[in-house]
Ligand binder design. Structure first.
Ligand code: ADP
Length: 360
């Protein structure tokens, strides 16, 4: 069990003009027992940051502490961590039992009996007790991933590091394993860092998210904080599916003049944007309401472009009435509501669901 401190860590690959800053001056405190998810698009530096914590990559600048010790000079073995990868990295010629016990035989002075007991009880906990004599090739992807997790658990490490462990599984298994990893992490209470590019995994797992883009920390917070109070337009657009709608505009008096419509800013919004003129208004598809007639007088007019029925909900693609280009925005409506393509509607975005960002 251990806390982790990442202190002003930067990682550069290559020299001079060719160099890439994979991790850009990141600082982060992770508590003992915490489940932290590194999330961001491909190439945002998530794996590099995790590999630096693991000791598989050396940072160009900064310190990593595990427990109370700076571990910059320690190799991966000495850091007492266990890693789980997406490709499982199981030994194909060994049985499940041998795969799970291999690390213990190599790195501890546990007796053969104690190792067997630990492996058997962990395999039972992971629901792979029946498979101990099989080789990985005889197992499904989900079972192989359980073996990889079981192998990490028997090591009883200070820290679990998991790099996209579910990305090779189909959607149904992925959802099951998400729940399972959440439950395991809760039961074992081991500090866990989990890397994913999948915002659903990020939202449903983990005590805190660390959102990265271009190697830079964008926001650190609980999934709900990051979702409801995104620190910037990147975080707002990254979390949530379908993505938040963005409308660029400039402020004139109490109005945001966007492309195709004017939007009345409430007092709250005006005070939050004081002194700024170029803004982006963000609204999630599920927060926008469509009316057949004007109601409050604060709506703007739009025309329905396409309706995509999904069952219980529909996604309605719209274009603001006065807009000159083809850009659409998306609204989630009740699936039973009939909306025809080409219809003119009135769009309402409630005050509390309006997000305002500085234009990039
Ligand atoms: P992520 O895990 O978010 O997909 P990575 O940490 O793998 O991102 O990569 C971050 C950036 O660092 C990318 O631009 C990637 O190309 C670069 N990078 C990663 N590893 C190396 C390496 N060994 N050599 C050169 N560049 C690398």
């Amino acid at each position: 069990m251990a806390s982790i401190t990442i202190d002003d860590v930067t990682k550069r690959f290559g020299d001079g003009d060719e160099s890439v800053v994979a991790v850009d001056d990141v600082s982060l405190d992770i508590e003992d027992g915490e489940f932290v998810v590194f999330v961001g698009p491909s190439g945002s530096g998530k794996s590099t940051l995790m590999r630096i914590v693991a000791g598989l990559e050396t940072q160009s600048e900064g310190d990593v502490e595990i427990g109370d010790a700076i571990v910059n000079q320690l190799g991966p073995r000495a850091r007492d961590i266990a890693m789980v990868f997406q490709n499982y990295a199981l030994y194909p010629n060994m049985t499940v039992e041998e795969n799970m016990s291999f690390g213990l035989k190599m790195s501890t002075d546990m007796s053969a009996d104690a190792i067997e007991q630990t492996v058997t009880s962990t395999a039972e906990m992971m629901d792979i007790g029946e498979l101990l004599d099989n080789t990985p090739g005889e197992l499904s992807g989900g079972q192989q991933q359980r073996v990889a997790l079981g192998r990490a658990i028997v090591r009883d490490p200070n820290v679990f590091l998991m790099d996209e462990p579910l990305s090779n599984l189909d959607a149904k298994l992925r959802a099951e394993m998400r729940t399972e990893i959440n439950r395991l992490q809760n039961d074992l209470d081991v500090t866990t860092l989990y890397v994913t590019h999948d915002q659903t995994e990020a939202m449903t797992m983990g005590d805190r998210l660390v959102v990265l883009n271009y190697g830079e920390l964008q926001q650190v917070g609980t999934p709900l904080e990051c979702f409801y109070r995104p620190a910037n337009q990147f975080v707002a657009g990254f979390l949530g599916s379908p993505s938040m709608n963005f409308f660029e505009g400039h402020v004139e008096g109490g109005t945001l003049r966007a492309d195709g419509f004017d939007f009345d800013l409430t007092e709250r919004m005006q005070s939050s944007v004081e002194g700024r003129s170029n803004l982006v208004l963000g609204a999630r598809p599920e927060d926008i309401t469509l009316h057949d007639e004007p109601t409050s007088g604060h709506e703007f007019e739009a025309v329905v472009d396409v309706v995509e029925p999904m069952g219980s909900i529909s996604y309605v693609y719209l274009r603001a009435a006065q807009q000159d280009d083809d850009k659409t925005f998306i609204v989630e409506t009740d699936g039973q509501r009939l909306i025809s393509e080409g219809a003119e509607v009135y769009v309402e975005i409630p005050d509390e669901d309006v997000h305002l960002f500085d234009a990039a």
